[in-house]
Design a protein around this ligand. Structure first.
Ligand code: 5AD
Ligand code: SF4
Length: 437
């Protein structure tokens, strides 16, 4: 039996796409190899959001080349966002690659493999007749009780730093009937937690035909009615599209978790304008206040970029103060990285690397202090935890996540997939510690 190995970079959308790549390859009769070294078909699902993602990929592809040089029968395929951005140029940069495909044409990998195994051509880029939802392909999930559900692809925003719209194209919503049918069949299979995925989940449905027209709030309510699904998460929403109807749905639907990942990007209205985020600091904070008023106990996490072109000390100070004012429970922090053909890459006032470094260090310190303080408040309380497995650092402990999406390491006897009550006894900036009761 031929064996495959998939290495994934990037966001949850890519992780979901990789599940479909696995499912498709298994349907073709391939089995999974635990290590790259053992794989006949080596697949890399790539990311291009920041330069760092690409330098990491280059190192992996160098290893794949060594493996191929020793055994030329092996096949190397590169999919995902970096492949899409590079297209045919990828083969000049990495001649060891046999096949490349973008995120909208995952199915072409299977089609190519079917031919290649009968002596097909190498060095080609897979172009599907049309973009297809990865969700249409068979999937192979990591855990039986958790699943991602793709609700849209692409993005219609024009954030000046971001390459995603170029790579993943215009936003296309999946038909609500298809989304619900998938959620229902997942529930039947025993899935208890779903995460609805889209580049901008709360603009969902705007492109649907009049008969199918469904808003994101309606979709949340429909998923909430599915028996067996006990936790509903979603990522990522754009603050500009986060309206009252979605807040109400979050507040009223028992299964929708008390967590919103709300990417702020900056705390400075001037920088937000240059980023083309279409909200300012005031509107962002008003949204946070509205959400907190409607959803008691809500956790809010965010993404922040430092060193966007033109960012002054004063702008950066505004980002620091946003962290405190909004009270983020966690934040992913990024150093601005200029991307091909994005508007911001050619803006004047690019910030020197040492300034970016110094800013991100200060930001991380504040984010940790804020998160730590917010986690400390949970100590003494009881949280509902979905058990995921053993603790990553201490095998004698179990690990799971609260509805607010905080990782908890705890003592107990439950099995993965169970929902248990855990008394919280301690906290760090990223995790809680406790005891199953
Ligand atoms: N440089 C740095 N960070 C970026 N992000 C998107 N594009 C860039 C870029 N060019 C960050 C944003 C986004 C997250 C997924 O990655 O914060 O929300
Ligand atoms: Fe995900 Fe963006 Fe990276 Fe593509 S470029 S994998 S959409 S984070």
């Amino acid at each position: 039996m031929l064996r495959y190995h998939v290495t994934t970079f990037g966001c949850q959308m890519n992780a979901h796409d990789s599940e479909r790549i696995r499912g498709m390859l298994e349907e073709l009769g391939l089995g999974e190899a635990p290590e790259l070294e053992q794989a006949d078909v080596m697949v890399f699902n790539t990311c291009t959001i920041r330069e760092k993602a690409e330098s990491r990929l280059a190192a992996h592809l160098a290893l794949a080349k060594t493996i191929k040089d020793a055994d030329p029968g092996r096949l190397l395929a590169v999919g995902g966002c970096f492949a899409e951005v590079q297209r045919e140029r990828l083969f000049e940069q990495f001649p060891q690659v046999d096949f490349a495909f973008g995120p909208g044409s995952i199915a072409t990998l299977g089609e190519w493999l079917a031919v290649e195994r009968n002596g097909g051509a190498s060095g080609s880029f897979g172009t599907g007749a049309q973009r297809r939802f990865a969700a249409e392909l068979p999937g192979r999930r990591e855990r039986a009780f958790q699943a991602w559900v793709q609700i849209s692809m692409g993005c219609n925003s024009v954030c000046s730093y971001c390459i995603v719209p170029t790579v993943r194209g215009k936003e296309m919503s999946r038909a609500p009937g298809e989304v619900l049918a998938e959620v229902e069949s997942l529930a039947v299979e025993g899935v208890r937690e779903i995460t609805l995925l889209g580049q901008n989940v709360n603009s969902y449905g705007r492109d649907l035909t009049a008969v199918e027209r469904t808003t994101f709030a309606e979709l949340l309510r429909a998923c909430n009615r599915v028996e067996g699904i006990e936790r509903i998460r979603f990522t990522s929403p754009h603050p500009k599209d986060f309206r009252g109807d979605v807040i109400a749905a979050m507040a009223e639907c028992d299964s929708v978790c008390e967590h919103a990942h709300l990417p702020a990007q900056s705390g400075s209205s001037r920088i937000l304008r240059a980023m083309r985020r279409t909200y300012d600091r005031g509107r962002f904070l008003a949204l946070v206040a509205e959400m907190r008023a409607a959803i008691p106990d809500l956790a809010i996490t965010t993404d922040l970029i430092v060193g966007f072109p033109g960012e002054t000390d004063e702008d950066f100070a505004q980002t620091l103060s946003l962290v405190e004012e909004a009270g983020f429970d966690a934040a992913y922090t990024f150093v601005y990285s200029p991307r091909y053909d994005t508007e911001a890459a050619s803006l004047p006032g690019q910030v020197p690397e040492d300034v970016k470094r110094e800013r991100i260090e200060r930001l991380i310190e504040l984010v940790q202090a804020t998160a730590n303080e917010r986690n400390e408040r949970r100590v003494g309380g009881v949280e509902q935890v979905l058990v995921e497995g053993r603790s990553r650092t201490d095998d004698s402990l179990l690990r799971g996540r609260t509805r607010r999406n905080t990782t908890v390491n705890f003592t107990g006897r439950s099995e993965p997939g169970e929902l248990v009550a855990v008394e919280i006894e301690g906290a760090t900036s990223t995790t809680l510690r406790g005891r199953e009761i």
